[in-house]
Structures are given as structure tokens and as C-alpha cells.
Design a protein around this ligand. Sequence first.
Ligand code: ZN
Length: 239
Amino acid sequence: MLKNRHLRQIRLLGEKNQAKLSKLTVGIVGCGGIGSNSALLASQLGIKKIILMDRDKVNETDFNRQQFFESDLLKAKVEAVAQKINKMNSDVLVEAHFEQFDLETAKAMEKASIILDCTDNYSTRIDINRFCLKRKIPWVFASALKFEGMVSTIIPWKSACFECFAKKPKNELSCEDAGIMNTAVATIAAIQVQEVVNLFCFGKPNYANALFRMNLLDGLFEKILVDKNPKCAACAKKK
Ligand SMILES: [Zn+2]
């Protein structure tokens, strides 16, 4: 254990809040562009444990934006990220699940203090939303495509949930079809992990009942307020 590792952030957060971070378990669903960045940022913060879940292996086309070494090629992404975390901060416990997140495999995330959505599709986000409502686990939706990205924090039964504001897209664009910039995923990952700090240290996430949206090509950064939908299929009914 390195005694002075967190000194610079303790100046901003205080010892008490650092102690709070050191007790957190963060679940990360998806270890691609956003997830590999978010996992490393979360491990630098000094949280207690990270639970990784992803069913993909490292591909050549991932290297422009995902935090892997060339020697990671064809490794399971969860293994590659776990090894990197261990090298960066050996105090962080890591659990790696080489599988797709669904309502069955979600059990691995039951002990998470918060879940970071680093996936790339609507249907997995619906599963995360339903699981987190059921288990009362806060989660941070994050997506990136082209030069763009979005983030929103969902506090179950309190703030608007994902299904309150996100409609099923008619044509879901993939990174393969549309392209994706490393700067977009890195920015979105930073905002996502900052939400963990804001929620647990200061009790005030920036993007609960709100959607952060950016376009790095246009220089657009905006916060759109969203409301709980009284007719929401997921959260309108009683717990
Ligand atoms: Zn809802």
C-alpha cells in the first residue's frame, strides 16, 4: 500500500470522503472504449473493489480508443483490464466475468454500490435499468459515438430512470458503422466516474434527472433536464 497515493485528491475530497471511496464496490458493464477508461479512473480513485463484465476479446480495431496493450490482442477484455488495474493499483480488488450482462448474469453485480453502464446497446441498458431498480443500485448510463456522447445518473425510485426518457432507437448505430473517437470515450468516461465521486462524496450527482450531451467537433456541452415519467413502464409502479 502506497501511503501518499491519494494525497492530491484528498486535498479536494477530504479524508472522510476518501474513506468512503475506499469502501465502494463499482460494477462495470462493458470493457470497451468507455469501460476500459472508466475502470482505470475508478481504480486510481482508490475504491475497494471493481467487478468487470464483458464477453468480448481485444481486437485490432479497439486500439484507437480502448486502454489495451498490443500484447493484449485476443485476450478477454475483462482479463486485460483486470491485469492493468492490478499493475496500477494493487490495493483494488478485481473480479472479472467473461460474459454478457443479462438478468441472469447480473447476479454478479448484486453487491455493487453503483453500476457503470459502458455498453453499446439499448436492450442491455434496459436490463441494467430493471436490475438496478429491483436491487436499488444507482447506475450511470454512458454512451459515445462519433465525436458525441451522453451521460445520465439514475438513482432508483428517486430520479428519472432510463426508461423514463430513453426511447428504443429505430436504427441503432454501431461504432463499426458510424465511427468513434478516443477523445469522445475518454471524456464520457471521466464524466461518468466523476458522477461516482459526486454521488458518494458530496451526495449530489450532476446528471440525475438530467442528461449530459456533448459533441466534441462542435464544442457543444449541454445539460438537458429530464423528468420522471408517471407512466414509465419500469418505475411508475410501486416498488
Ligand atoms: Zn422510469
